[in-house]
Design a binder for this molecule. Structure first.
Ligand code: CP
Ligand code: NVA
Length: 314
């Protein structure tokens, strides 16, 4: 796969994947590897005898299964560790957990409530740490999504419109767009805008690649002629207490048949999943010909393997 996105931002190779920003120099390499894994073009067991600890403070289907199966397919193994079952859940500090894990396993993937906790873990860890979703970012999702967009559209010379809650997934997609030169519109009510610092940084990267980033609350403007419509749940994990307010605030930002008529007729529809049919997206759109949601879910496996290979291989 020749992605032609060798923009050099002048940093060292990534040691951890805590933010999508960590992958900025290596997006093309990771996507190329992911494509090769998908085509079964990398033989053998490159991570034989390697172990990945997977710490979860929140539920997961795709991230857990794709990392676990990915490690197995690469010849290694993965340990599912619910934070409730670790001493971490009884108050052992992150620093001690990170130091201990570093003596047993070759990498750690963490799905944490607080982004800062993943950063702290990495600072006390001598092995690679991968962010499997925090309140701030979802870099593994964004890398897999780039693969899906490239496969579906054949280039990054497209516009991605993210509609709904400008949360963790949206934040990582802003970096992903800025690094690849893709244009991105975030379409959301003012109080659901993405992280201010991330927008600022993404805009700086976007200046170098020519990517145009726009935030608007106007659905017509944000979806006009777009190539990729992307949404995420309105009530993320941890937001349950404000569910009814969120559903009411975001009700006009649903991906439905009418929304699709605003976009390019060949636009694809993406959703990181899990989805709540009837809230952020309709059943009809999920099952439409324009939906690439199941390819997108599959690509988590191939992208995860690329990330693991890149960070854990000797
Ligand atoms: N998209 C995603 O990360 O899904 P899970 O929460 O099921 O892992
Ligand atoms: N924004 C969602 C993403 C789930 C993969 C959440 O944080 O729950």
């Amino acid at each position: 796969m020749n992605l032609e996105i060798n923009e050099n931002f002048g940093v060292k190779l990534m040691k951890h994947l805590l933010s999508m920003e960590d992958a900025r120099e290596e997006v093309d390499e990771i996507l190329d590897l992911a494509g090769k894994f998908k085509m079964r073009a990398i033989p053998g067991e490159p991570l034989a005898k390697k172990s990945l600890a997977m710490i979860f403070e929140k539920a997961s289907t795709r991230t857990r299964v794709s990392f676990e199966v990915g490690m197995y397919q690469l010849g290694g193994n993965a340990l599912y560790l619910s934070s409730d079952d670790l001493q971490l859940g009884r108050g052992e500090i992150i620093e001690d957990t990170a130091r201990t894990m570093s003596r047993y396993v070759d990498g750690v993937m963490i799905r944490a409530i607080e982004h800062e906790d993943v950063l702290e873990f990495s600072l006390n860890s001598s092995i690679p740490v991968i962010n499997g979703l925090t309140n701030k970012e979802h870099p593994c999702q964004a890398l897999a999504d780039l693969l899906t967009i490239y496969e579906s559209k054949g280039s990054f010379n497209v516009t991605l419109s993210f509609i709904g809650d400008g949360n963790n997934v949206c934040n990582s997609l802003l970096f992903a767009s800025a690094f690849t030169g893709m244009d991105m519109n975030v379409v959301c009510p003012p109080q659901y805008k993405p992280d201010f610092e991330i927008v600022k940084k993404a805009e700086e990267y976007a200046e170098k690649t020519g990517s145009k980033l726009k935030i608007t609350d106007n659905i017509e403007e944000g979806l006009k002629d777009t190539d990729v419509i992307y949404t995420d749940v309105w009530v993320s994990m941890g937001d349950e207490a404000e569910a009814s307010k969120r559903i009411s605030d975001l009700k006009d930002y649903q991906v439905n048949r009418e929304a699709l008529t605003l976009a390019d007729p060949n636009a694809i529809v993406m959703h990181c999943l899990p989805a709540v049919r009837g809230q952020e997206i309709t059943e009809e759109v999920i099952n439409s010909d324009q939906s690439v949601i199941w390819n997108q879910a599959e690509n988590r496996l191939h992208a995860q393997k690329a990330i693991l290979y890149r960070l854990l291989k000797d």
